[in-house]
Design a protein around this ligand. Structure first.
Ligand SMILES: [Zn+2]
Length: 282
């Protein structure tokens, strides 16, 4: 992969139906998926991605409705283009990590690490064109204030609405959005094809994450598909059962995780059927 390919904005817009789009940005499997959901009166953009892109102008080409931003959680790869929009919703329990996403030093460290993992020499960081690219990606305007998201809140879009379901686990403020009309659940990083990370300091206990999954499974008749933040876009609802099995396996073996998990640096990784969870080493 050459430097130009690595810096390409690589934005993909996929029409899911006439009033729903996926806007995906990033490279390879490190892509971030955002979803534009349009009602008769307004639209909602669920997450805004990692790389600084012209997200607002992309959205304006797809819908002429006023667009509000809904955040599945506060991580950097979900909130980086929030600053381009006027009305933002976030669960305030993720306030501290939303702050971090707008920290230019942290953004620079993350992006430099990513380029180095692709074989780019550190000397390239001080030269054009990578230097200009990194400045654009790290010098964000101040983060915008937000309105609170909380359990059972309904975001009314006009003949279509999104219901907030709090799903703490990956982060303490993680939420999912239920689109009852189209029977879809937008879940952010609460369930991912490549596994769910629960080893951050902003993650909850596995027991709390398990409660979130049970809440979703109790409502499984209300949705047919899961729309995730990274990797494969549409996941079958049956994968929730696998994540429940994985969480229960960890809880049942909490004192002998060495026997069921792979140990990696600062975390354990546990696989159960199609589900994988990472948890901190205590
Ligand atoms: Zn995340």
């Amino acid at each position: 992969m050459n430097l130009k390919n690595l810096m390409d904005e690589n934005i993909e817009v996929v029409e899911i139906d006439k009033a729903t789009w996926m806007i995906s940005e990033g490279i390879g499997r490190s892509r971030a998926h955002c979803y534009l959901v349009e009602g008769n009166n307004q639209a909602a953009l669920i997450d805004t991605g990692l790389h600084v892109i012209e997200m607002k102008s992309i959205v304006e080409k797809l819908t002429d409705k006023e667009t509000v931003i809904l955040s599945t959680h506060g991580h950097i790869d979900h909130v980086s283009n929030h600053y381009q929009f006027d009305k933002i919703y976030l669960n305030g329990k993720d306030d501290a990590i939303y702050d971090l996403a707008y920290n230019s030093e942290l953004r620079a460290t993350l992006l430099r690490g990513w380029f180095m993992s692709k074989g780019v020499e550190s000397s390239e960081f001080e030269k054009a064109p990578l230097k200009e690219y990194l400045i654009k990606q790290t010098q964000l305007p101040p983060k915008k204030d937000y309105e609170e998201l909380s359990e059972k809140q309904i975001i009314e879009l006009g003949n279509r609405s999104l219901e907030v379901i709090e799903t703490p686990g990956h982060t303490v403020g993680s939420v999912s959005f239920l689109d009852s009309k189209f029977k879809r659940l937008f879940i952010g990083d609460t369930i991912c094809e490549d596994g769910v990370l629960l080893h951050f300091k902003e993650s909850t206990s596995v027991a709390t994450y398990l409660e979130s999954l049970k809440k979703l499974i109790n409502r499984k008749d209300e949705f047919d598909e899961l729309y995730a933040g990274p990797q494969l876009v549409s996941l079958p609802t049956s994968i929730i059962e696998d994540f429940i099995g994985c969480a229960e396996l960890i809880i049942d073996n909490k004192d002998n995780l060495d026997e069921i998990a792979i140990k990696e640096q600062d975390h354990y990784s546990v696989q159960y059927k199609k589900a994988r969870l990472t948890v901190p080493i205590q």
